[in-house]
Design a binder for this molecule. Structure first.
Ligand SMILES: NC(=O)c1ccc[n+]([C@@H]2O[C@H](COP(=O)([O-])OP(=O)(O)OC[C@H]3O[C@@H](n4cnc5c(N)ncnc54)[C@H](OP(=O)(O)O)[C@@H]3O)[C@@H](O)[C@H]2O)c1
Length: 263
């Protein structure tokens, strides 16, 4: 995939493509969040990850409008807070009002709700998709067994599961489990869970003349795992997205996968 455009994406269904690299926005609000989202859109990101709980949907929406990038070209994810079971529709309307948008590209259940609301919450997400308020729906922080429970109850698997993912967390059984079910694996906290000075990463980065952070992002892309690094720094926002001029051969991917056993 080396040399391909920065909009490399995975298909969620025949109508919705999700860019593999997005900007995470947790712990950024106000002008700082707006500047980060504008910078990201300027340097080529077309995917922004927010959540009701981040209290920055208003900033994300404003930055998307101010960027001049057409709404239809930006993939926007938001998430239902765990305490909002039973109030799903009202919560989505609040998110859309804050974002200033009439739909989101992806709406996720942020964390599994209490057991007896697991299925009803998922049904509310499916209904929102049917009504065009979310182009795709999924979950976050769910186990494979929980994905199967939703499918058994409704016949519909989540399109995406957003979970912590990084070389040190690499688990081939989890990756395969998602692939076999056709659920896109979206990783979060790629850097917080990584020692960016690990000698395996520094050696591979030097070979490609990139930074270890870029190696970590590219490792996700080469595994077709969606990744949403967060940065408030314009330089790091740009660097984290500049991963289209190289790719990791199988031997390097395997060495990075192996960090999950060595750390
Ligand atoms: N679904 C969930 O439950 C859940 C949970 C956690 C996160 N998330 C999502 O995933 C996103 C990413 O995860 P995260 O924010 O936890 O952590 P992250 O993206 O792994 O790491 C962010 C940290 O790394 C630093 N950083 C960014 N680029 C860097 C680079 N090139 N070199 C060195 N350091 C760099 C950032 O500092 P600067 O800002 O100073 O650059 C910040 O301190 C979140 O923002 C959120 O959207 C979802």
């Amino acid at each position: 995939m080396a040399g391909s455009v920065g909009s490399a994406a995975v298909e969620l269904d025949d109508k919705v493509a999700m860019p593999l690299v997005g900007l995470g926005t947790w712990q950024m609000t106000g002008a700082r969040c707006q500047a980060a989202v504008r910078t990201a859109l300027q340097v080529g990101y077309r995917h922004i990850d927010t959540a009701s709980m981040y209290r920055n949907e208003r900033d994300v929406g404003r930055a998307v409008r101010d960027s001049g990038v057409p709404r239809g070209e930006v993939f926007v994810t938001t998430k239902l807070p765990p305490g909002a079971a039973g109030r799903e529709r009202r919560t989505l309307h609040d998110s859309l009002r804050a974002l200033g948008m009439d739909y989101v590209d992806l709406w996720l259940v942020h964390w599994p709700p209490r057991e007896r609301a697991l299925v009803s919450t998922w049904e509310a997400l499916l209904a929102a998709r049917d009504q065009g308020l979310a182009r795709a729906v999924g979950v976050s922080n769910y186990s494979l067994a929980q994905l199967d429970r939703l499918a058994a109850a409704t016949g519909q698997l989540p399109q995406v599961n957003q979970i912590p993912w990084a070389p040190a967390l690499y688990d081939p059984a989890v990756a395969d489990g998602h692939r076999r079910r056709g659920v896109v694996l979206e990783g979060y906290s790629p850097f917080k869970n990584t020692d960016l000075r690990h000698p395996v990463l520094t050696e591979i980065a030097a070979r490609h003349t990139v930074t270890t952070a870029q190696v970590v992002v590219r490792w996700h892309v080469d595994h077709q795992v969606v990744v949403i690094p967060k940065s408030a720094s314009p330089e790091r926002i740009a660097v984290n997205f500049d991963v289209w001029g190289f790719s990791l051969p199988g031997e390097e991917l395997a060495r990075i996968d192996g960090l999950s056993r060595s750390l």
